[in-house]
Design a protein around this ligand. Structure first.
Ligand code: XBP
Ligand code: MG
Length: 235
């Protein structure tokens, strides 16, 4: 029985990562750091879920002993960089920098009309979800979702299944009642580890990832409807 659809955010609901990349580079420049991530850097760095974790991974790669020198100062700097980055990203999204991927809104509307619940399971920050969905759905966006798991509620990032397990518990549902939608190998591994059938919609940052175990890999959600999801899910 299919009762709920659980959506990842970045790369799945919308192609947000190029704006995240711009926001990270803005923060580095603001703080006077000589870091600048290009597309190839960022495609590789996206293998680390979570903006703070990603920046710390980069810092340790360019300065291996940095945490041994002054861990508190490093964490303070990462937090400050992430605040600057998130403010820039939120402003860019509020100014229309990102649209939902094709088919997303139609599938969400059809699912709700047929009595299915919607949920979100992401490693991004809560403000980023609100900015994206307020612009795409409207001020009442939060009422469309029965549960939301994000970086603030699930600090252990994908591929750990924590955020999916939390959302399933919040919805009081079993994995068998749900389908997850993801764009990346980390996201797929997290959803599979939570026991979820997973539909993958790759993007330019993740097209090369290994999607073994996905229920389906489709270019986008324009050809996906509730009837087809139920057919795939029940086999
Ligand atoms: C993708 C991520 C996030 C974003 C950046 O999240 O890993 O870290 O890249 O957002 P999703 P933050 O699970 O939605 O694909 O800087 O807020 O982490
Ligand atoms: Mg994603």
């Amino acid at each position: 029985m299919l009762n709920a659809l659980i959506f990842d955010v970045d790369g799945t609901l919308a192609d947000t990562e190029s704006v995240h990349l711009e926001a990270f580079n803005h923060a580095f420049q603001q703080e006077g750091l000589d870091w600048h991530w290009n597309l190839a850097d960022y495609t590789r760095l996206l293998e680390i879920s979570g903006g703070k974790e990603r920046m710390l991974h980069h810092w340790r790669s360019v300065n291996p002993g940095i945490l041994e020198v002054d861990a508190d100062a490093v964490r303070d700097t990462i937090s400050r960089l992430h605040e600057i980055k998130t403010a820039y990203y939120e402003n860019a999204v509020n100014n229309g920098a990102v649209a939902l991927r094709p088919g997303v809104l139609a599938l969400m509307s059809e699912a709700r009309a047929q009595g299915l619940q919607l949920a979100i399971a992401t490693t991004t920050s809560p403000v980023n979800i609100a900015a994206l969905l307020r612009a795409a759905i409207g001020a009442d966006w939060r009422s469309h979702f029965l549960a939301i798991g994000d970086a603030s509620s699930a600090p252990i990032k994908k591929p750990h299944p924590q955020v999916y397990l939390q959302v399933l518990a919040d919805m009081r549902m079993t994995p068998e009642q749900c389908i997850a939608f993801e764009d990346s190998a980390n996201g797929l591994r997290a959803a599979l580890a939570a026991g979820l059938d997973t539909i993958i919609t790759p993007n330019s940052f993740t097209a090369h990832h290994d999607f073994k175990g996905a229920l389906r890999v489709v270019p986008d959600l324009t050809q996906v409807n509730v009837a087809r999801l139920k057919e795939w899910h029940n086999h």
